[in-house]
Design a protein around this ligand. Structure first.
Ligand code: GDP
Length: 598
């Protein structure tokens, strides 16, 4: 195919986004996404993949993939812009190894709802949070650091997928290690599986904490079986998944869990250069009535100092003051530290990357280049999956899986929908339910859909305002139903490749023909609009003596001698109908438009 005429060897960096890889191979990102799906990896266009994954995909597509050697780091604004715009995380890729030192791991706790994420984060925080000077007031800044012996661990403490997914959807990778919480009385549940998928897709090591072992009905072995079924085979079963039994409520097993986090950090050899201007990502941000924009920034490389000039997203500002999670004012924050920063002129989004620049001139140049580059990417970005093109997207794939996020009004609606959906399809065509839940379609559902190429299906629910805005800009397909069988039918049709949109006529106006004019061979009906309106792009039904005698398109619509786009009730106009001249005085013209209703 086209690959034949391309240079077959490409260089790729240790990490790159799907979009970058597509650009490097000069193929559509959709082809890359398809190939990744084939290999069992669900990836969005902005997702970061590592060199090995890129190499496998590239080779499967007929290329030879070799590691990219960074040219001597010339810190041009353009190079930096490109790096940030492609939203990839290779903060230390161009650092001299001699400057790198170990940094604390950054940990996210994921797990099914009610399995104890909040409890665990609270317990860890209270047991071991780094003690600052007296006087600080603990505040939630989205992250905190704990001390274990003489080492530190940073926990991102917005539990659950929301933050992780939102950041991943933007290509940011803040987390080094995922602690997957599974309640011993419940086992692996849908969101547990989802969390496993996210951690795997992001290439982040997983440590399992089997929680609630204090409960009478705790069944650790069953959890291990469940985990093994997800290819997370526990160490004592001969696999390599670390499973630590804990009780977050009773502070049992927590030390062991933290020790294991540090072991995993040792294996990962997490490093950074503490002696350079800071780079990192936004953990969360808000507008505070009194303090203005406050943003929690995770320093991923370098050190952030009070007074530094920061570029975030497409604006810049100076760090007026920085605080840690205990309200202590800091002058400097090193790698893996999260700090709440005051002084930005605007509120950045979680997952935005920031960097410290030398002066205003550099900041301004970076911002304007970034704006232009964002605009360019926005225009080329395209969502790969919609119900209609689901099959064509996956054409040639052995197994076609349609990823769905299902939101319903009440629990009782879930079971019949899920059961029916599971029975759909055949060996080659399957529905994969990424998330099933009750409640309106929220922003996090949309970001999850974005991150996992899913379609969002709602039953008797609505779409929250912010969610619908993001769905629109990111072109996420959201489908709402009020009847179960209709929902099932659409998905079934999609799976069978038979899905066709249904159109319906909507009458927009009526006119009465008052006179007939001839213009050459054409006949024009001098008409009076009796109801609604007639538009130039409408279709027309001609009704005579209560019988439909013709349906066709409007060929001309004029007021006096002027072509017009529409004519409203109470006005006269001339209406010509394409390829139809048999018009007569007294005919009723019904204007309608064809609208898609599903
Ligand atoms: P999240 O939804 O994952 O954040 O879960 P929470 O931390 O809110 O916990 C859900 C419920 O489980 C709460 O009622 C907790 O008190 C309870 N819980 C959490 N950890 C434990 C535990 O180790 N043992 C017991 N018995 N209950 C726990």
């Amino acid at each position: 195919m086209t690959a034949e005429i391309k240079d077959k060897t490409i260089e790729v960096p240790p990490q790159l986004t799907v979009r970058d890889l597509a650009t490097a191979l000069d193929v559509s990102p959709i082809n890359i996404i398809k190939q990744l799906m084939n290999d069992g990896i669900m990836a969005s266009i902005n997702q970061t993949i590592d060199f090995d994954t890129a190499a496998i995909v590239g080779e499967e597509m007929g290329f030879e993939v070799v590691p990219f050697k960074e040219p001597e780091a010339e810190e041009t604004v353009a190079a930096k812009t490109e790096e940030m715009v492609s939203l990839r995380q290779s903060f230390i890729a161009d650092e001299d190894p001699a400057n790198l030192v170990l940094r604390p791991p950054v940990v996210t706790v994921l797990g099914h709802v009610d399995h104890g994420k909040t409890t665990l984060l609270d317990t860890i925080r209270h047991a071991s949070v780094v003690k600052g000077e007296a006087g600080g007031i603990t505040q939630h800044i989205g992250a905190y650091q704990v001390q274990v012996d003489d080492r530190l661990i940073t926990f991102l403490d917005t539990p659950g997928h929301a933050a992780f997914t939102a950041m991943r959807a933007r290509g940011a990778m803040l987390t080094d290690i995922v602690v997957l919480l599974v309640a011993a009385d419940d086992g692996v549940m849908p969101q547990t599986k989802e969390a496993i998928g996210h951690a795997r897709a992001a290439g982040v090591p997983i440590i399992v904490a089997i929680n609630k072992i204090d409960k009478a009905n705790a069944n650790i072995e069953k959890v291990k079986q469940d985990l093994a079924n997800q290819n997370l085979v526990p160490e004592d079963w001969g696999g390599d998944t670390v499973c630590v039994p804990i009780s977050a409520l009773n502070n049992e097993g927590i030390d062991e869990l933290l020790d294991n986090v540090l072991l995993a950090a040792d294996v990962a050899e997490l490093k950074a250069n503490p002696n350079r201007p800071a780079q990192g990502s936004v953990v969360e941000a808000k507008m505070d009535d009194k303090r203005g924009s406050t943003a929690t920034l995770l320093v991923q490389n370098g050190a952030l100092k009070q007074g530094d000039l920061l570029v975030v997203d497409t604006f810049y500002g100076r760090v007026r003051a920085m605080f840690d999670g205990q309200g202590q004012r800091l002058k400097k924050a090193g790698p893996s530290m999260a700090v709440s920063v005051l002084g930005l002129p605007d509120v950045p989004a979680a997952g935005d990357m920031f960097e410290v620049v030398k002066n205003k001139k550099t900041a301004e140049a970076l911002v304007s280049q970034r704006k232009a580059a964002f605009e360019a990417t926005r225009q080329t970005a395209r969502r790969p999956v919609s119900l209609e093109d689901f099959l064509s997207l996956l054409e040639g794939e052995a197994v076609k899986e349609l990823n769905l996020i299902i939101k319903v009004d009440v629990d009782g609606s879930l079971e019949p929908i899920i059961n029916s959906l599971k029975n759909l399809g055949d060996d080659q065509h399957k529905v994969k339910i990424i998330l099933q839940n009750t409640g309106n379609i929220s922003e996090s559902d949309i970001t999850l859909a974005l991150a996992s190429n899913a379609i969002v299906v709602g039953f008797n629910v609505q779409v929250d305002g912010p969610a619908s805005r993001i769905a629109e800009t990111e072109k996420i397909e959201v489908r709402l139903y009020k009847v179960i069988y209709k929902l099932i039918e659409d998905i079934e049709l999609a799976l069978k490749g038979l899905y066709e949109p249904v159109y319906e006529d909507r009458v927009i106006g009526h006119a009465t023909v008052r006179a007939i004019f001839k213009a050459g061979k054409k006949v024009v009906a001098g008409s009076y609009i009796t109801a609604g309106k007639v538009t130039r792009d409408a279709r027309i039904r001609v009704v005579r003596n209560r019988r439909l005698i013709h349906t066709g398109k409007i060929g001309s619509l004029r007021r006096f001698t002027e072509d017009v786009a529409e004519v409203a009730t109470g006005y006269e106009c001339g209406i010509g109908i394409e390829n139809f001249n048999n018009l007569a005085e007294g005919d009723i013209l019904e204007a309608f438009v064809v609208e898609r209703i599903n």
